[in-house]
Ligand binder design. Structure first.
Ligand code: SF4
Length: 440
């Protein structure tokens, strides 16, 4: 998945130079977790866990509020900054928890400051990304107040790497590292909030469209949403949270059972199974009709419109046949399509559709009765593709591996464009993820 909307130039920003041991190779798995890393992140405690820990420590209940205020209002990085707490309790917190699960940030600014893409280094060397996008208020002309309020949207990661392996995505090329723990998810939000704090602005929207498939780490994603929407923690209304999926049907059903909590987004990218088998390999397990049926049921039960994300790839999924198939698929649904030109990803043979082709595709889908918005890519010069910064940090893969990958993508897409479904099975890591408890 990738950040979208408006493009511009890149500026700067330094920050850290982790050791090669920390980063590892291109397909690096995080190093084994030391005892230090195994301490849980304090910001990820949910469902009364903090109160129970304090009670076991013989501490009064009101300490929970002081700790939450330090984490979420003061946005502290260390226990030493929690000055409302007595020193012995600060020391105990430091022993028992990590106060900040993110070790270092590298921030790249793009789009004249409207996009901030951050590569986060976690304590075990895993790399993840978040993207902060600023949208000024709009609609002043002839109006007493803006029709569109100022927004600050953060796109966050739920896993280090991703097992789904979509071939247009830099994260998919990196492969799967590990699930993020709850605190590692919400600490991306704390880091962005810390950067915004000096500006007088605050985060207004959070989207789970960064690295990873959120519904393959669903328990922790749900804990993170609970924390982010709880007024005692971050206090963002759950309606301002978008959870995206490439089509994990059992996970969609779990979200539906929870009711109208947040917006569901489906990363569709093709309305025909042969093509979607290639673009989103999870389709070989849950094909288009099953995914859309689950999303349709979600919209019916929750009354919330479902967003469909569609990356536009020149000559691959941007034909008139594809537009008609998309319109037909969603013609009666409470649904909206977002068209996103593909970000350049180093080792695919594909290019983004031209703006003219995207406009024609959008018009054709609209004529078919489905609402469409064309999104412009954000942060083109800052490694806009999801996972691109982590891929750059991991280094160039060997040339034979690149050639093999390109050849495989071209072969599979030729078969798909002839209308045949893929005979390839799921990769072993995707099979393992699908079988995991997250999909129950
Ligand atoms: S599911 Fe999202 S993060 Fe994973 S490979 Fe596909 S586009 Fe990339």
């Amino acid at each position: 998945m990738s950040p979208t909307d408006a493009t511009d130039e890149t500026a700067v920003a330094p920050v850290y130079a982790p050791s090669t041991e920390a980063v590892g190779g291109r397909h690096a798995k995080p190093a084994s977790r030391s005892a230090k890393v195994n301490r849980r992140g304090l910001s990820g405690l949910a469902g009364g866990e903090l109160e129970r820990w304090l009670a076991a420590e013989g501490q009064p209940a009101y300490r929970a509020r002081q700790i939450r205020d330090a984490i979420w209002r003061q946005n502290v990085e260390t226990a030493a900054e929690m000055l409302t707490l007595p020193a012995p309790l600060r020391a105990r917190l430091d022993e028992a928890f990590r106060i900040d699960t993110i070790a270092e940030d590298e921030v790249k600014i793009a789009d004249s400051g409207m996009t901030e893409k951050t590569l986060h280094l976690l304590a075990d060397g895993a790399l993840i990304e978040s993207v902060l996008m600023h949208y000024p208020a709009r609609g002043f002309v002839g109006q007493a107040r803006p029709t569109h309020r100022e927004r600050h949207t953060l796109c966050i990661s739920s896993q280090a790497g991703c097992a789904v392996g979509c071939p247009f995505c830099a994260t998919g090329e990196l492969g799967f590292g590990r699930d993020l723990e709850t605190a590692e998810i919400v600490d991306q939000v704390r880091h962005a909030a810390r950067r915004l704090a000096g500006t007088g602005s605050h985060l207004t929207n959070i989207v789970f469209m960064g690295m990873g498939e959120p519904l393959l780490n669903l328990d922790r994603v749900l804990e993170a949403v609970e924390i982010l929407s709880d007024p005692r923690h971050f206090g963002l209304g759950a309606r301002h949270v978008v959870v995206s999926t490439s089509g994990v049907v059992p996970g969609i059903r779990r979200l539906t059972a929870l009711g109208p909590q947040f917006t569901l987004a489906i990363s569709l990218h093709a309305a025909r199974d042969p093509l979607r088998d290639v673009l989103v390999p999870l389709n070989r397990r849950w094909p288009v009709a099953e995914v859309v049926a689950a999303a349709r049921e979600h919209a019916r039960v929750t009354g919330r419109r479902v967003s469909y994300e569609y990356v536009m790839i020149s000559g691959v999924n941007d034909t008139e046949i594809d537009a008609d198939a998309l319109a037909w698929l969603l013609r009666d649904d409470l649904a909206h399509v977002n068209l996103i030109p593909m970000n350049p990803v180093a080792h695919t043979p594909w290019q983004a559709s031209t703006p003219e082709r995207v406009a024609e595709f959008a018009a054709r889908v609209r004529r078919g009765g489905v609402g469409v918005t064309i999104r412009a890519n954000r942060g083109q010069d800052a490694g806009a593709a999801c996972g691109q910064l982590a891929a750059d940090r991991a280094g160039e893969p060997p040339a034979p591996a690149v050639a093999h990958r390109r050849e495989s993508i071209e072969r599979q897409s030729e078969v798909a464009l002839r209308g045949s479904r893929s005979s390839e099975s799921l990769s072993s890591e995707l099979e393992a993820a699908v079988r995991s408890g997250a999909v129950r």
